[in-house]
Design a protein around this ligand. Sequence first.
Ligand SMILES: [Zn+2]
Length: 309
Amino acid sequence: MDQNPDPMITATAKRDVRALNRAEHAQQANDVKDKLPSDLKHHADLASEKGASSWLSVIPIGTHGFQLHKGDFRDALRLRYNWQLSNIPKTCNCGANFSVDHAMICHMGGFPTIRHNEIRDITASLLTEVCHNVATEPPLQPLTGKLFSARSVNTSNHARPDIRARGFWNNHQDAFFDVRVFYPNAPSNRSGDAYRRHEQAKKREYGQRVREIERGVFTPLVLSTWGGMGKEAATFYKRLADLLSSKRQNPYPAVMGWLRCRLSFASIRSAIMCIRGSRSSLHRPVYMDNINLVSQEGRVPPPEYIIHL
Ligand SMILES: [Zn+2]
């Protein structure tokens, strides 16, 4: 009698057990969440979004960039569960009361822009591996009097979507992307589907112009400050992982996991920078020498004439 079980039956049984365990864990998590106060439940929901916990679940190996130092790790945990942060100032340099909610949206110091650019640059850099003609902030073709049916279209000659890449969705067609990183705890983002709202706003701004003038495809990449992403961004990053997986000959799940980790660490580091970063005017370049003038008036010798004793 053959004692070896049929591998097909074993594989099916294992899959069924895994699915049962997943369903049971999801039910347990929902039961716990239902008992939380509403504010903490909101944070728990945000932390449960796909990709938002990658920084916490990965093994912290510094050489791979998967590490936060002690202070950052504590801050990241406190932010995740909406616990009080220690040693934060009472007042922001812009004059408002300092709080996490304020720090995440205050433009003094340029942190929201740095946060946005970080996601843009990681994405553009990965696109260069799998697409041609990749550019950040690419100029669009001038409109020369073209009128659009939608009044919300950005018709400025200075309009710049964040990224362009050829051949991402279809061969020989330019794809355009615009990144938005929003703070989900801001009052305007707490109701309804904030991801969808931001995606629609971006599409109204660029969709028709990209479609009709550039003959391209426009995709909004909307992420939350905690690393969660909108439907269109999720589809985009899955496709990017798929292309990278083929190019690098690595399995898709590994590439997708790695990509989520990169975005998650970028998000959590940017969030901490918004809170701990310096907004002091002392950290801005307030005085720059006019190098030409100083060199001429001071007769600054070029390096080859400096005699080293
Ligand atoms: Zn401020």
